[in-house]
Write a protein that binds this ligand. Structure first.
Ligand SMILES: [Zn+2]
Length: 237
């Protein structure tokens, strides 16, 4: 092992990562795909050649990263920006496939994109930076989950509105007189037939409105579908 490799091992021990490695069994590929979002780049990490140990893998890539940095991490600063390359993935400066890209900048203006795993084994990298990178990944994951939750909610609400509009159209078709009387300004008393037609329309409208007050979009859609089915079973007027 070259002197740089030995130095890397020393740093490695300081960070207690070697102990971590011994405790964690290697991640299988299928599992890695499933876990990649929560584990970050760790899940994609593998030794450079079959049969190599994970420690050897880390040192191999740490050395390649060090070379990409021009031989030393001095002058390089992690900018605090981490981006998600998505399923297509990206590549660390050490050439290892990654999903989450950590952006680095040198005082002379050069820039680099790295993963997180090889950086942890890089000589001269403090624990503070490693922790910051992990925190930034966690924050990115929180933001991603929040965005996914909002998108799901918006799509559910859209389904509710489509369901509601279909029923309202159908109500108008089935009870045209009631619909007209409900929307018209009616002066004076209505005859019994008109009154009945308007109240029938309003009864169904009331059911639709009540279903929209249910707590979840899912419940709302289920109730609206039930109403639509019942609506087909009654006589129109
Ligand atoms: Zn790397």
């Amino acid at each position: 092992m070259c002197s740089r490799g030995r130095q890397a091992v020393t740093e490695f021990r300081q960070l207690d990562l070697l102990e971590d490695l011994k405790r964690t069994p290697p991640v299988k590929k299928a599992e890695a795909t499933r876990n990649v979002l929560d584990l970050g780049n760790e899940a994609l990490f593998a030794p450079p050649c079959a049969g190599g140990s994970r420690l050897e893998g880390r040192l191999h890539y740490a050395e390649k990263l060090l070379a990409a940095m021009g031989g030393s991490p001095a002058g390089w600063e992690y900018t605090g920006v981490v981006t998600d390359a998505g399923k297509a993935g990206s590549k660390c400066a050490c050439e290892h496939p990654i999903r989450f890209e950590y952006h680095w900048k040198h005082t002379d203006g050069r820039t680099l994109i790295t993963g997180s795993v090889c950086v942890e084994a890089l000589p001269g990298i403090g624990e503070g930076i490693v922790l910051r990178m992990r925190e930034d990944l966690e924050r990115l994951n929180c933001e991603r989950k929040e965005a996914a939750r909002k998108a799901k909610l918006a799509s559910e609400e859209k389904t509710v509105m489509e369901c509601r509009d279909r029923i309202l159209d159908r109500l108008k078709e089935r009870f045209p007189r009631g619909h007209r009387l409900h929307h018209e300004e009616v002066s004076g008393w209505l005859g019994a037939d008109d009154y009945g037609a308007r109240e029938t329309y309003r009864y169904w409208l009331g059911l639709v409105r009540a279903s929209l007050r249910l707590k979840t979009p899912r419940g709302q859609v289920a109730r609206l579908r039930g109403i639509a089915e019942s609506l087909e079973r009654v006589d129109g007027a």
